[in-house]
Design a protein around this ligand. Sequence first.
Ligand code: NAD
Length: 233
Amino acid sequence: MTLREMISECNKIVFFGGAGVSTESGIPDFRSEDGLYRQKYDVSPETMLSSDYFYSHTEDFYRFYRDKMLPLEAQPNAAHKKLAEWEREGKLLAVVTQNIDGLHQKAGSKRVYELHGSVHRNTCQKCGKKFTAEYIARGKGVPHCDCGGLIKPDVVLYGEMLDDGTVNGALRAIKQADMLIVAGTSLTVYPAAGFVDYFHGKYLVLINRDATPLDGRCDLVLHEKVGEVLGGL
Ligand code: NAD
């Protein structure tokens, strides 16, 4: 059965994506050949993106974060656009994403569960005032609020818990889905990678450039670029 045939049969599709969904928008992922993990830093990206590092080396954190994690000029690609179109047509229940770039919303998607938060929300740790990603990008050094409090991106850093409401919403959608499309993720970051186990619908499809631990369990595996596959439908 082809992807096109599966999609035409289903109207409760859930899309579960990772960094690979945004590489065609020019944002590097973590674990590909040209991903951030292959670039040389004195400290590993996992350390720099940890909660401990944020509070103990805040200036270094922000240097890396502004340099690598705030691609505000990036635009949605064909995958983001197709998913927004399916939602408008009533075929797609939700997008569950590990990405923090906000590109699904920029493409028009409304029901997006951002498991790892978003660079577009930033909060003063003292008074709770909210700041935009543009505000963070424009500033220099460590961003502070008028009240003197430290501003932190609402991004789930290594060592932090996922938001309960987001997790519950994502799992509810996955449990209701008749089709789950997993794409652009190495399925190595937990607990997010384990969410696939909650799917009991008809078709489990994987669209990922490289092989993943899920390949053997899927009804269809496409080792291709997700933007090209979805854009070509
Ligand atoms: P990952 O880097 O571990 O894996 C990405 C996977 O996507 C790889 O298996 C690769 O083969 C595949 N891939 C790359 N480009 C692709 C394409 N065009 N089409 C299909 N497959 C493609 O990413 P992950 O599993 O999401 O884990 C990384 C973590 O880092 C996530 O938690 C995420 O929050 C974060 N992250 C987010 C962004 C972003 O917001 N855009 C970018 C980098 C990392």
